[in-house]
Each structure stands twice: as C-alpha cells, then as structure tokens.
Design a protein around this ligand. Structure first.
Ligand code: SF4
Length: 650
C-alpha cells in the first residue's frame, strides 16, 4: 500500500492472551487521519461508558502518525492514548524519539491493548511475529535499565516503550518512556500500562512505509529544510533574560514569527526559554503566587541557556527531524548522563518551588525520567506541598520530618524520591496536587494548580490568556501544547487556510485580555490544527515555522494521494476535537469542571511583577470557544446536529 499509512492495527487482549490483526478501511483515515484521530474513533467505540481507567475495559493504544516514514520532516512523534486516570476522560500524551517509525515498520498504525494480564508481561513484535512474554525479571526496573535489558534480549534494530516504578505503582502522574527516559508524560497513562501489568512494548520490524508521491514529498521537504537550516548567530544565554525583560516593559507587543523561536530552539533546545519566560511573565513562580521579582535573573542564572548547553555532550534529533533540539548532558553523581532538561522541567523543579540549585534539577530530571514520572506534575505537586507546609496545613509530622520550605533543595529531592516509591507523605502526593488536596483538605484545594486534575504546565495565562483558555476547554485539560495567542501567531494559518484572520503586527497588550470573537476563532483554529498535527505525527516545534514554510497539508496530500484543501483538513481537526469531547461527555466528565483555579486567572491579582494587576475573565472566552465548535456554549457539550454535520461515525 502506498498511502503513507499501513492500513492495519494490532489488538491484544491481555486477559486472554489473544492477539489479532485488524484491517482499517481507507475511509477511516480519510475521515480521521491516523494517530490522534484514528485513536479517538476507536476508543470512543471500544471503551464502555464509566469504565475504570485502571480496569480491564480501558483500552491503551500506541499509535504512529500518518506522515511518519513518508519522507516528510518533523514527523516522528508517537502517541499513547487511553481513558485517563487523572480526568476520567480522554487521555493522550505524545513523545519524539524513534518509536513512531518502529510501530509502522511492524506493519501497524497502532497497537491497542485491553484486559489485564495475570502477571507482568511485555509485547514483542519481531520478524512479523507478535507475542506476549514474561516480564517478571523487568518489574521494578527503571525505564533506562528496562530498555537496555530488552534491547540486549531482542538485539539489533529494536525500539522500546516502557514504564518505570511510577507506572507500576499506579501513580496518576506517570508516563510512558522511549529512547531511555524520554517521556510521553501527561494524562497518567503510565498508570494504565501498570494496571494492565504491561511493562513494555518491544518492536523490531522492517516493513516499508510508502508515500503515494515520493518525488513530491522530497521536493516539499527540501523547501522546508531551507527554513530550518537558516541560522544566523544569536545573542548569548543571559541576554535572553534581557529580551524577556524588554518584552515585559513594552506596553505593546509584536505578533511573533516562529522563525525567531526556531533559531533559539536550534541553538539551545527548549532551555532557550528558561530565563526569558520568567522575565516576561510566561513562567509561573512560587506555585503561581510569585513573579519575576521573586525569581529574577540572579536566582535563575544557573539555568540560563548557556549554562545548560555547557553540559551538553551530544546533540540529537528525533526521527526525521532536521532541527535537533535534544541533547545528552553530563551529570555528577549516581547517573553519568541525562537528557537535556526541558524548559518545563527546569521551571517546575526550579522557579515553581523556588529552587535555585541547577545541579538538583539535572539530577531530578534523570530520576524522574527513570521512574517514568511526569516532571511537570511532580514539580507542581511539590510546590503545592511546600505551600501547604509554609501555611501550617502540613507539619513535620505529616511530612516524615521533612522541612518543606521554599527552595529547600534537599527536602525537594527526598520528597520526589518518596513520591516515586509511594512512601509515607510520598503516597499522599503521588497522584498529583488535586488528589493530594482532596485527601489533605483543610483549605488546601485552592493551592492545587490543576485543570481537571492535570497539574498546570509552565505557561502563565496571565501573560498569554490563550494558554489558560486551552487549559480549561480542551478535552485533555491543562495542556500547553495545543494553543495560545502566541501559537496562533506562529502557526500563521491565515496564509494557507481561507477565512482565518491575520492578527495585527503590533498591538497594545491590553487587547490580549479582551474576550472577543476573533480570539475564539484563533483558539478553535489552534485546536483543530493541532489535531491534524497529532494525526500526522508532527512535532509542534516544526509547526511553529508557520504553515507556509512547513507544508503539512501538502505533505498529507502527497503521502496519501488525496486532494484535500487546507479547509478540509481543518474540518477533520474539528471532527477529532468533537469526538474527544464526546468521549468525555460519554464518560460523565463535565467540561466546566476543567476551569483552572482562581489564582491562575489572577483573582486576586498579583501586586508586583510581570503580571501585576492582570485578571482573566475566562467564562466568556470559554463560551465563545464552545460556540465556534457548534457545541452548547453553556455546558460545552457537542450538539446532536454537530455530530451529524461532522459525519462522526458511532
Ligand atoms: S524539534 Fe526537537 S522535539 Fe521536535 S522533532 Fe526535532 S528534535 Fe524532536
């Protein structure tokens, strides 16, 4: 088949041990793409209403992207999907690395598990044979050890996805690892894998992935690569803090071109944002009640981008990526090396907890990657616990003697170790801040910074209200990888999709906070486009190049032989969004329950720093967004006629 996708999935019942292939009709790909869309279609049909996320009826899927392996760039993302034990609704998480092509080389677009195995197992697919194997010797091992052992056993060209102790311990903030500690971290799907006693998926295949029009694919990719390789010299690391400060001080803002982000990303990786974000008000500080005044350039200096890449020994690229923002850094102590800590990790374990010790951030990065625990949620939950301790809600008796004060690096280290092991206070915190607050009570709930149970990422909606809107309206709440006003500017969709508005090049900052129709259009466009991105297996950072420079729609047509317009692809994105929202409704999730806490909305407003005095009126923004999808604007529920209009199949 030469259509980009493989046209087949693999189903495994871990309860009975039955393994079966299933052919997917072309019509499904044309209606939903692959990856996120294929998963939304299948899981809606296959997971019964009210199924326990950690029970046998939940379905856990590992999916590739439609464009993976077709000659397009930035298209090596894979995705894990299932009913989330955090939200009890739709769950997904994606990751780069090399697993996505490995799924397709085994002949499948996705591998779906249901049931629960009696004992720990892993799935092996080798030379076209799929079998479940005993994983007793792997249970308890961390993600890096597990992957090394499995590659040694399987040999050669093998790729592994696995869980660590956090997933085995059913932590709701655990994820799934590949490439030795790179984590598909969000939605708590590591716990779903743990509940199924599925330790790993081990893939060695050699099937060819073919595009319908390989010559057109090549031509499109060559043109895209010119933009990626354009790399003028750029400012030093500490100067990024000055750029952030300038962005804070100016009363006006310029629409951002993603080429600027690409240039700094290529040089530093996501560390490029560490100090700039703090200075401009993008990074939440001190559990969202502080500001750049509390964690300014001096305190964050050890995590300036230059200091991060000074420790970088090797740069790496995900599969099919010409940019390469990843790196392996040297580490002092128990482990010799770690993946270059991402911006989210640095801020969650740094400014959010007022931790100035860069060494501890590198070390905890590796500890969490090996445990398979989400570093955003871990840092966010630690910050919550510190605030509870500082306010006297938790005492030393509750914390097993830990002095949980702001910036106490040793206490942070020990608390995270306990969370991974579910030991003492760590057991209370191992499921994230919302679940901890529900158990602690005593007014602590208002300090748990989450959306629907998902701990909030390191982008403050008081700086860009688009972030907080998406945290609150997405079927997977609390997600920073879908939309923001900044993202709409960088996607530059108005250049390719008819009818989308072009934002002003220069605007007063106050305009960001107005809940008008145009911003709802931006937000809906981001959601739809990111569903197409996740159907294709594309990296968001590639999409930031802008829709003219990154030819996603043209690649999709060239890979499949379709002749769809950008508007038709955006409609597919809308269909996937409606299907994910319908999944939540079916499972009893109330969309309004995803609204972020008052503090993240600036109620009470901050009295100093970059976001001083800013309050977000989120309700009208949510209503406008839901209305644009054709959903009920009060409840956020998709309407019958909308399901009909989008030709969603039951
Ligand atoms: S930009 Fe970075 S995360 Fe994205 S595909 Fe390339 S290396 Fe991977």
């Amino acid at each position: 088949m030469s259509r980009g996708y493989m046209g087949k999935i693999l189903n495994i019942d871990l309860g009975t041990g039955e393994i079966s292939e299933e052919v997917m009709p072309d019509e499904i790909y044309e209606t939903y793409l692959s990856g996120m869309g294929l998963s939304a279609y299948l899981l809606n049909k296959r997971i019964p209403a009210g199924a326990d996320p950690l029970g046998p009826e939940n379905v856990l899927g590992f999916v590739s992207g439609l464009l993976t392996g077709t000659g397009s760039f930035f298209t090596g993302r894979w995705m894990v999907v299932g009913k989330s034990p955090i939200t009890s609704g739709w769950g997904d998480a994606n990751c780069g690395g090399n697993l996505s092509p490995a799924i397709k080389r085994c002949g499948y677009d996705g591998i779906f598990f249901r049931g629960i195995s009696e004992k720990p197992v892993y799935l092996s697919i080798k030379n076209g044979t799929a079998e479940l194997r005993d994983a007793g010797h792997l249970w308890g091992k961390d993600t890096v050890e597990t992957e090394e052992m499995l590659i040694k056993e399987a040999g050669g060209n093998t790729r592994v996805a696995c869980i660590g102790p956090a997933g085995e311990n059913l932590s709701r903030i655990s994820g799934v690892s590949n490439d030795k500690g790179r984590l598909a971290a969000r939605s708590g799907l590591g716990a779903v894998m743990g509940s199924k006693r599925l330790k790993a998926v081990v893939l060695s295949g050699a099937k060819r992935i073919k595009a319908k029009n390989p010559d057109i694919m090549k031509k499109l990719s060559r043109a895209c690569n010119k933009w990626v390789q354009f790399q003028p010299p750029f400012v030093s690391g500490p100067a990024t803090a000055k750029v952030g400060a300038l962005l804070r001080i100016l009363p006006t803002q310029m629409a951002q071109d993603g080429m600027l982000f690409k240039i700094i990303l290529k040089k530093w990786g996501t560390a490029c944002m560490n100090q700039m974000s703090i200075e401009m008000g993008d990074a939440p500080i001190k559990n969202w009640m502080g500001s750049n005044k509390d964690f300014g350039p001096k305190k964050s200096l050890t995590t300036n981008p230059d200091a991060i890449i000074e420790r970088e020994r090797i740069k790496y690229h995900c599969y099919s990526c010409p940019l390469g923002c990843g790196g392996i850094c040297s580490l002092n102590g128990e482990y010799p090396e770690t993946h270059k800590p991402e911006y989210e990790t640095v801020l969650a374990l740094g400014g959010l907890c007022m931790n100035e010790d860069a060494e501890s951030i590198f070390e905890l990065n590796e500890v969490l990657n090996r445990a398979g625990m989400d570093s955003i949620s871990a840092g966010s939950t630690v910050a919550f616990a510190i605030e509870c301790f500082e306010r006297g809600i938790l005492t030393k008796e509750d914390t097993d003697g830990l002095e949980l004060t702001w910036g106490n690096t040793e206490a942070i280290r020990e608390l995270i170790r306990k969370m991974i092991q579910r030991e003492g206070i760590g057991d209370l915190l191992a499921d994230g801040s919302k679940y901890a607050a529900e158990r602690i009570g005593n007014g602590s709930y208002e300090f748990a910074m989450h959306a629907g149970g998902q701990d909030l990422p390191m982008h403050d909606g008081r700086n860009d209200p688009g972030f907080v809107l998406h945290y609150s309206v997405e079927p997977t709440p609390g997600r920073h990888t879908i939309g923001a006003q900044l993202y709409y500017e960088m996607f530059q969709l108005w250049k390719t999709v008819k009818g989308l508005p072009k934002p002003s090049i220069l605007y007063h900052k106050n305009r960001k906070y107005e809940a008008d129709e145009e911003k709802a259009i931006w937000a809906a466009a981001c959601s739809k486009y990111v569903n197409v991105i996740n159907g294709a297996g594309l990296c968001l950072f590639g999409a930031f190049l802008g829709s003219k420079r990154l030819p996603l729609f043209d690649w999709l047509n060239a890979a499949t032989g379709w002749d769809k317009t950008p508007e038709e692809y955006m409609e597919i994105g809308g269909r996937i969004q409606t299907l994910r929202q319908a999944f939540n409704i079916k499972h009893g999730v109330t969309p309004k329950s995803f609204v972020v806490p008052d503090r993240a909305l600036g109620k009470e407003p901050l009295t100093e720093g970059a976001n001083k005095g800013r309050t977000i009126d989120i309700e009208p923004m949510m209503r406008n967004y839901w209305r644009l999808f054709g959903w009920d604007e009060i409840s956020g529920k998709p309407m019958e006629e909308d399901v009909e209009r989008l030709k969603i199949k039951g």
